[in-house]
Ligand binder design. Sequence first.
Ligand code: PNS
Length: 169
Amino acid sequence: MRIAVCPGSFDPVTYGHLDIISRASKLFDKVIVLVSYNPSKQTACFTVKERIEMINAVIGDYPNVVVDCHAGLLADYLERTGACAIVKGLRAVTDFEYEFQMALANKKLFNDADTVFLTTSPQNMYLSSSMVKEIGSLGGDISDFVPQQIRSVIIERIRPDTSNTKGSK
Ligand code: PNS
């Protein structure tokens, strides 16, 4: 069985991620969407549990896709699960240097897996989790960026606390 891992922060999952996951599910027998986190860096907006719940809420149509989480080296996870590939989306040339460096490091740490880059679909070129959070927190419409099932959870978390007007000037 050819297993691929799609790692990321997924804070939160977006249509961009889902596009990559969906395409990876056609290329591999099994795809593990891996919420990777570092317990000593608590910078995420959503907990790991919430991120997993959001992904599960929107990947119902893919029978060969599962969701998992992992704290630590991706290479260790690949070895433990027998995965042969890491699948990443590439949006633009600005992603490339960082992704290339990670791909080389992961190959060095675990030689039995390769990084496969899928070019993002044109409509998702600019899309990122940070942009969703920024637009949503400023009252913008995020319906083109994240599926309807998880929109209210995201808005609820990121909308500004209007009860506190201190610092508004
Ligand atoms: O969605 P992101 O934040 O771009 O994902 C980055 C991620 C989680 C894929 C990357 O930071 C990662 O693989 N972290 C796991 C820790 C690890 O193995 N680091 C060394 C990779 S070279």
